[in-house]
Design a protein around this ligand. Sequence first.
Ligand code: GDP
Length: 305
Amino acid sequence: MKITAFAGGVGGAKFAHGLAQILPPEDLTVIVNTGDDFEHLGLFISPDLDTVCYTLAELANPETGWGRMDETWNTISNIEKLGGPAWFRLGDKDFGTHIERTRRLKEGKTLSQVTQEFCEAWGIKPKVLPMSNAPVRTMVNTDEGELEFQEYFVHRHCEPVVKSFRFDGAEIAEAAPGVIEALEAADAVIFCPSNPWVSIDPILKVVKTITKPVVAISPIIGGKTVKGPAAKMFRELGIEPSAFAVAKHYRNILSGFVLDNEDLNLEKSISQLNIKTLATDTLMKQPTDRARLANDVLHFIRSLQ
Ligand code: GDP
């Protein structure tokens, strides 16, 4: 079964790693959000692409889910001592990725070319594609005005109250080479358990239409996020955060929805949206949970066909 998965950072990467453990590499394409990308310290940083690649290459920091394992922090500490901007924590190994990516982009390569080259170097077999090679920038409209995504997310710790989101450049950005082809070749599309507002929506804005069955996995369990601001965002936008709210958010494109066993009480209301459901254990605490959940989701997709 050929799968094209949409992913943000930490939640998306863990599930993509599960899929990568059970699907032949040629049957998996992961399309990654680039709305979080930004330029910082003169470097081009693509946080979600790096999280997905580090995770698939089994190089990711197991505690944070982002960044590299066995990392050291000499460069950023030195920048801090010199009075430079140190709020975006970059480890020494991670710096290497950004320096080399920036160098190749400046040589005229595209983000997809550089991503493909990095994947080869890291031994990543499934295809990992940025959603677009054109800049798309997630902007967060808050009670303190419009903020660039990393300013809101990292520098301001998601404190400003969210009013809406805007994906600057998305209307004219073309999907990266291979994205539309992967969607056409797929038997099904999976939205990983990523933030609907700022990880999956930017990809949808670029991709625009999906003609294949779509299944989403809830990033919200028991009304809470496992990590990150998705539940806070729902609340601030006037929506009670829940797996139901996630299903409703995607209702026009979903064939199936995967919710946690903890949210069994919501299954009926999600079915009433005309969406098939699977309730299972969706928390990926250990690496083995990833493949188990991916297996459950693939069985569910087969049952829909
Ligand atoms: P980010 O760009 O690093 O914020 O990453 P994503 O958007 O891909 O993932 C963030 C979302 O993943 C959050 O809403 C989390 O609740 C969710 N998430 C993280 N780990 C898990 C997990 O083990 N299971 C589920 N169901 N969701 C998870």
